[in-house]
Design a protein. Structure first.
Lengths: 528, 115
């Protein structure tokens, strides 16, 4: 081990040098602080013994300089002193000295003190080494997390499907999060999308997310492999199956996962969701010209052992947009600490809903970036945007049966509204079709089905080359209005208004009975 | 079944009534009639703000007509303002615009009462 001596007294320096060589050390000598510092900067001696009082630069200053310069390795500093008053020593200690040797020194004491110095230097070296290893492991952990994220947690959005246009984005936060998503293409018109967020940060969250995702994919495969199956497993069935294999494990780990599972069926124009405590899905409806926030009622997976998953369904049509995202989006913060929130995201979807999925996604990212003023993300930023295109097989006819009840009116208006939009009708025409259907159904419920319970009404919507035909099928007494005339509209009377509205709202109305004896009201609205 | 939310406030010599909800139609019109009876019997002049009412049908129109009748009976009037496009279209279709005075904004409607 190399020792640097700094002492301006020739004799004292020589004695010290000889003694140290005798103890087996390599020795460098210098006659003052300045010279010592110059030598130290070249050789970085692990031990420096300096006289307290020297010209040019004294021992105290040398200690300070060495402490300031050499931060990457530790140097053991011993001050030679004739002074040993307590006060002086504390001054030396605060300048960076580790120990003191009083002149004239005793050989045995010097040897023992250098032994202490070596022990401390060894320990310091080991600590430093351990620290480097820990840092390396941390770096590796982040790399592992990031590679899990890239390879296991994320997926490529399906391309080349006419029915839907997908765009997906994940921007990992600094610490790695447990966000994941994937797609399952059942056919040209049916695609499942799921997006989840495992609690926590770092590799544990990434592993949790990867485990959950693979469990969901396994559940889909398992259910599809059943030879007795005739139709696709329902989303709630898939999540229930995944829950069975996951929930117990998650609860043992005190962990949970929020998840949105969506099935988009272009042929049926229906999106079915299972919402496990996830953020609200945004749905821009091109027919209604509004963005709705959709949410279900289930807990995150891993909350409770006997959760029963439920689905909800919304109709959709050409031009509609679905936006599924993680809370890293809505919980992004502005520099003043304000949350981005669902309403801001909704406004962006409203504003850019006409653009392509990838462009809309870019706009959302830009919006959040502007809000956070490019600050770092606390949480993963994960978004899947789905834009609805044309179905593979254009629909010609669709029908649905509703309970004959006034409470069904809203759903019926929705149903005919969507299909009228699909058939190419524009906004005021769609309103007219909805209104006419609403009035006709109200008449059926209030007149034909007045005295009967548990009746149903079937609504059939057919696409015509130049419009749409709505047929309302029901059983029960016939009611055929006579010639409908302009009702006497005074402030005193409002009779016959419903029938008049129907006549005025559509181009043709026809009342007839089918071969099976059902009654039918048919209305045709042509595109102008 | 969704209900129509009714909020009212006195503004000068008229009462502004804000109606909001998914629909004013056959499914909830009975309730609407019950809930508005006392209001329309206690005051004379009304401005109905319809901008947050998504849908109105013939039953809804009937209910609004009976509000108008009550107001007329006490020598007052009901005026409408801020109609959504589809509701306005319906009112024109059934010539309700001949019975109700319709305004673009609440301020214009209030001014017509001298409020």
């Amino acid at each position: 081990m190399k020792i640097l001596i700094a002492d301006d007294e020739h004799i004292s320096r020589m004695v010290l040098e000889r003694t140290l060589r005798g103890l087996g050390y390599e020795v460098d000598v210098s006659a003052d602080g300045k010279e010592a510092l110059a030598k130290f900067e070249v050789h970085r001696h692990p031990i420096v013994i300096a006289d307290w009082v020297m010209p040019e630069m004294d021992g105290i200053e040398l200690c300070r300089e060495i402490r300031n310069h050499a931060k990457d390795s530790y140097t053991y500093l011993i001050l030679l002193t004739t002074k040993y008053e307590k006060q002086e020593r504390s001054f030396g200690l605060s300048a960076g000295a580790d120990d003191f040797i009083v002149k004239p020194f005793d050989r045995g004491e010097l040897k023992a003190r250098l032994g202490v110095a070596e022990r401390i230097l060894n320990m310091e070296a080991q600590l430093r080494e351990a620290n480097i290893q820990i840092q390396q492991i941390r770096r590796q952990e982040i790399e592992i997390g990031a590679s899990i994220q890239r390879s296991l947690l994320m997926a490529h959005a399906p391309e080349g499907i006419n029915a839907f246009e997908f765009a997906a984005m994940n921007l990992p936060s600094l610490q790695i999060d447990g966000d994941f998503f994937d797609f399952f293409v059942h056919g040209p018109d049916i695609v499942d999308v799921f997006l989840g967020d495992a609690m926590g940060k770092g590799v544990p969250a990434a592993l949790l997310g990867a485990g959950t995702k693979s469990s969901i994919l396994r559940s889909i495969s398992k259910l599809l492999a059943d030879p007795n199956r005739v139709k696709l497993p329902a989303p709630k069935e898939i999540i229930q199956t995944a829950h069975t294999s996951l929930a117990r494990e998650l609860m043992n780990l005190n962990a949970f996962v929020t998840l949105e599972y969506a099935r988009l069926d272009r042929a049926e124009r229906k999106a079915t969701f299972v919402d496990c405590g996830h953020t609200q899905v945004l749905h821009w409806s091109a027919a209604d010209k509004i963005t709705r926030k959709l949410s279900g009622t289930n807990f995150p997976i891993g909350f409770i052992p006997d959760e029963v998953y439920t689905e909800f369904t919304v109709p959709f049509g050409t031009g509609d947009v679905f936006c599924i995202y993680s809370d890293g989006v809505t919980e992004a913060r502005s520099p003043s600490g304000e949350l981005f929130g669902t309403d801001r995201l909704t406004s962006l979807v409203d504003e850019f809903c006409e653009e392509r999925a990838s462009q809309l996604l870019y706009r959302l990212r830009e919006g959040v970036r502007d809000f956070t003023e490019s600050g770092p993300l606390d949480d993963d930023f994960t978004v899947v945007v789905v834009k609805v295109g044309q179905p593979t097989e254009p629909w010609n006819m669709d029908s649905e049966t509703f309970p004959s009840h006034l409470d069904s009116l809203a759903a019926i208006r929705h149903f005919v509204g969507y299909l009228s939009h699909e058939a190419g009708l524009a906004s005021p025409e769609i309103d007219m079709v909805q209104l006419a259907t609403h009035e006709a159904v109200t008449n059926v419920v209030q007149h034909a089905h007045r005295r009967t319970e548990d009746e149903t009404i079937e609504i059939q919507v057919e696409r015509l080359s130049d419009g749409v035909s709505i047929k309302i099928f029901y059983s029960g007494p016939d009611f055929r209005p006579g010639p409908v005339s302009q009702p006497e509209m005074t402030a005193m009377r409002e009779g016959g208004l419903g029938l008049f509205i129907i006549e005025k709202s559509v181009d043709t109305v026809r009342y007839f009975a089918t071969e099976t004896g059902r009654k039918c009201i048919q209305m045709i609205k042509r595109i102008r | 079944m969704s209900n129509v939310e009714i909020k009212s406030q006195k503004e000068g010599n008229a009462v502004t009534v804000f109606l909001s909800g998914a629909a004013l139609d056959a499914s909830n019109v009975q309730r609407f009639r019950v809930e508005t009876t006392s209001l329309f019997e206690s005051e004379k002049n009304f401005v109905l703000i319809l901008k947050d009412l998504k849908f109105v049908d013939s039953s809804g129109i009937g209910a609004l007509l009976s509000c108008l009748r009550k107001a007329h009976a006490s020598g007052g009037d009901v005026k409408l303002a801020e109609l959504p496009q589809n509701v306005r279209q319906l009112f024109e279709l059934v010539r309700m615009d001949r019975l109700f005075e319709i305004f673009e904004t609440r301020e214009e409607a209030l001014r017509s009462f001298g409020s």
